[in-house]
Design a protein around this ligand. Structure first.
Ligand SMILES: Cc1cc2nc3c(=O)[nH]c(=O)nc-3n(C[C@H](O)[C@H](O)[C@H](O)COP(=O)(O)O)c2cc1C
Length: 185
C-alpha cells in the first residue's frame, strides 16, 4: 500500500483547501492510502508512517508559518536521521501573486532536504499559464480551475513517485505513462 501524508498549516482556510485537493490528487493513484493532517493534529508518527509527504503552509513574510516551522524544530527533531529517503513536495497560499509563495515553498523544501527527504517539483503545466515548478501555489484560496488542477497534479505526482521508488511499481512512472498515452511512433 502506497502511503501519502498531506500535512498543512492554515490560519484562514486557504492552504487547507489546497491540501484537500493535493490529497484528492494522491488518492487518484491506485492502492494509495492518504492521510490529511493539520499541523495542530499531526504527530511525528504520521511522518514516520508515510512513504511520501506534501507539506503546505500559508506564505508568512515570504516563508513558511511559524507553526509549521515549530513542528519540524520540536516534535519532529527526534525523527531526524530516521525519515531519510522519503519523497516530498511543497505547496503554499499567499495573499496575492508576487507575495512570495514560491519562496515559501523553497523554505519548506529546505527543511525537508535537511531531514533527508527527496524533494521534487513539477515540469508539467496544469493549465495554459499554470505550473508548479517549485510546488503548487495560489493567491488566497485555489479558486480557479487551473490552480485546483495544479494542487491535484502535485498530489498525483507524489503518489506516482512513491509508487515507483518505494514500491517498485514502474508502471506508475509518469514518463512511461506519457509514452504509453502517445502510443508507438
Ligand atoms: C503573519 C502573516 C504574514 C503574511 N505574509 C504574507 C506574505 O509575505 N506575502 C503574502 O502574499 N501574503 C502574506 N500573508 C497572507 C497569507 O499568506 C494569505 O492570506 C494566505 O492565503 C493565508 O492562508 P491560510 O488561509 O491557509 O492561512 C500573511 C499573513 C499573515 C497572517
Amino acid at each position: 500500500m502506497n502511503r501519502i501524508l498531506v500535512l498543512y498549516d492554515s490560519k484562514t482556510g486557504n492552504t487547507a483547501k489546497m491540501a484537500r485537493l493535493v490529497a484528492e490528487g494522491a488518492a487518484a493513484i491506485s492502492d494509495t492510502e492518504v492521510r490529511l493532517r493539520s499541523v495542530a493534529e499531526a504527530k511525528p508518527e504520521d511522518v514516520a508512517w508515510c512513504d511520501g509527504l506534501a507539506v503546505g503552509s500559508p506564505t508568512n513574510m515570504g516563508v513558511l508559518s511559524w507553526r509549521m516551522k515549530q513542528f519540524w524544530d520540536d516534535p519532529m527533531l527526534e525523527q531526524w536521521m530516521k525519515v531519510d529517503g522519503k519523497i516530498a513536495c511543497a505547496f503554499s497560499s499567499a495573499g496575492a501573486w508576487g507575495g512570495g509563495m514560491e519562496l515559501a515553498c523553497q523554505s519548506i523544501l529546505t527543511i525537508l532536504i535537511n531531514f533527508g527527504f527527496l524533494v521534487f517539483g513539477l515540469t508539467d503545466y496544469a493549465g495554459k499559464l499554470t505550473t508548479a515548478h517549485y510546488g503548487a501555489v495560489t493567491a488566497r484560496e485555489p479558486r480557479e480551475p487551473d490552480a485546483q488542477a495544479a494542487c491535484r497534479l502535485l498530489g498525483k505526482r507524489l503518489a506516482e513517485w512513491t509508487a515507483v521508488y518505494m514500491h517498485g511499481r514502474s508502471d506508475e512512472h509518469p514518463a512511461r505513462k506519457t509514452a504509453e498515452r502517445k502510443g508507438p511512433g
